[in-house]
Write a protein that binds this ligand. Structure first.
Ligand SMILES: *Cc1c(COP(=O)(O)O)cnc(C)c1O
Length: 474
């Protein structure tokens, strides 16, 4: 399998090259040259597989530069009951009204990002050691990505993580989860600013190509193709969990931010998985809902982004949407360059003429929720099902219930556990409500924390990187 850029001006790459490179050299995103097509007979054979075996079968179709026995070793090492709480890895449950919920948040940091990031940690370590190289991951987080990356990379040979987070802006639990890590290869940097300031610092440092090369700076952000690929697996697993033959169609509703999670659903559908609809659920930051309703993509300015009770979906633009639009315009790279030139100029674009194709050919539809609707949904699910869902999953459940059609089998993806967002759960279920928390996190807020507070200044962060990395390089 070769990978091409959505902008059409980068050389083709192999999986491992894509893994380590981030953006393509022309500024586009890497995409598989074609989607492997899965026959009905193959689907039947895959029904019986356990999670790691299914992951192996799917990934080997996209990875031809890691020997199969090594890939099998990597997925077996990643997808264990020990790391994800059960041999099923992604258990499925059904609410009283028939809506299915796919449990994706039983990994180390209690959000779905662990499923891809744990694989990324193992495959990074493998590829770097083969190449006798090291990588220093630099990232910015508003909470979930940073902790998933740190728990995936901690103690890994040849990898360090420098993670910027906004000082005092994350929940107490999220802070404790990240800052309590004492591993020598994990560096938490709390920037005196907002999440966008952290992201600007990362971009600033990455645009210094000499620095980036000398200090071997890499990323694990959501445009990383390996993350999307790892997420494709659970769409298949969930499909098999609710169907018993391949004539059945199943729809998915996905709480969305950067369009990474649902992009994996699009890939699964393009491979021939019988997916009916792919429902994009947004919060008040509804740039994606607007796109799927109107065909207009209008990225917001950072200052227009509302801070909501589903913070991991608070986005101004959805980076991975470029991957879907690439397929939508039939992989016309001239048009892609024109569209993203508009985005770069701060304007956006209009694909109204493609609205019918989005829905009928690609199965997409969308909805949005407000804070009040998510709170009501958390209450309703608790009242009917005695189950606590987190505010992001609630955004999905709300939209799934609004849009699901008679006879449609719908699976809502659970993107985090409520323990990460206790404040919102207490708002919904009462100030004294004991939010369920896996016991390994008891009293995490009291653990010693290891974090460097720094001014909102790229040069200061660069200096800090230099000091720490010169020691390692010497
Ligand atoms: C990252 C995240 C999302 C959004 O996922 P995308 O892949 O960016 O669309 C939704 N919910 C939670 C809890 C997250 O951590």
């Amino acid at each position: 399998m070769k990978y091409i850029s959505t902008r059409g001006q980068s050389p083709q790459m192999s999986f491992c090259e894509v893994l380590l490179s981030g953006l393509a050299t022309d500024g586009g995103l890497s995409m598989p040259k074609e989607y492997p097509q899965i026959s009905a007979a193959t689907l039947d054979a895959w029904r019986r597989l356990d999670y790691p075996s299914l992951a192996f079968e799917i990934m080997r179709l996209f990875i031809d530069d890691i020997p199969e026995e090594d890939l099998r070793f990597l997925v077996n090492k990643t997808y264990t009951a020990e790391v994800f709480g059960s041999a099923e890895i992604t258990p499925l449950r059904t609410l009283k009204d028939g809506l299915h919920v796919l449990g994706l948040s039983n990994g180390p940091t209690l959000a779905f990002k662990d499923i891809a990031m744990q694989f990324l940690g193992n495959v990074f370590e493998y590829v770097l050691s083969k190449q006798s190289q090291t990588l220093n991951i630099l990232g910015a987080t508003s909470g979930d990505t940073g902790s998933a990356a740190e728990y995936a990379m901690r103690g890994k040979y040849g990898i360090s993580v420098f993670m910027l987070s906004p000082h005092n802006k994350m929940s107490a639990f999220q802070r404790a989860q990240m800052y309590s890590l004492q591993d020598e290869n994990i560096f938490n940097i709390a920037v005196e600013g907002m999440f966008d300031d952290c992201q600007d610092i990362v971009k600033n440092i990455q645009s210094d190509l000499a620095f980036k090369e000398k200090y071997r700076i890499g990323t694990v952000n959501s445009i990383n193709w390996a993350r999307i690929l790892a997420q494709v697996v659970y769409y298949f697993k969930a499909y098999f969990a609710v169907s018993d033959h391949n004539e059945q169609r199943v729809s998915f509703c996905v709480p969305s931010g950067n369009f990474g999670d649902i992009c994996a659903g699009h890939v699964a559908r393009m491979m021939g998985l019988p997916i009916g609809r792919l429902v994009v659920a947004t919060n008040e930051n509804d740039v994606l809902d607007e796109f799927f309703q109107s065909g207009q993509y209008r990225p917001r300015a950072a200052r227009e982004v509302a801070v909501t009770s589903s913070p991991s979906m608070d986005i101004a633009k959805a980076s991975n949407l470029e991957r879907f639009v690439f397929d939508l315009v039939e992989r016309d790279t001239v048009q892609m360059r024109a569209l993203w030139a508009e985005v770069a100029a701060g304007r956006g674009f209009d694909l109204q003429t493609k609205k019918i194709a989005m829905q009928q050919q690609f199965g997409f539809t969308s909805g949005r929720s407000t804070h009040g609707q998510r709170i009501d949904t958390i209450r309703a699910v608790y009242a009917e099902d005695h189950e606590v869902i987190d505010p992001h999953t609630a955004a999905g459940v709300y939209v799934a219930r609004q849009l699901s059609q008679a006879g449609e089998t719908m699976i809502c993806l659970e993107t985090a556990l409520p323990a990460k967002f206790e404040e919102t759960i207490r708002e919904a279920l009462g100030a004294d409500f004991a939010v369920p928390r896996p016991s390994r996190w008891d009293n995490i807020e009291q653990a010693a924390q290891r974090v460097q507070v720094m001014p909102n200044n790229a040069d200061a962060v660069k200096m800090y990187l230099r000091e720490n990395l010169d020691k390692i390089i010497d």
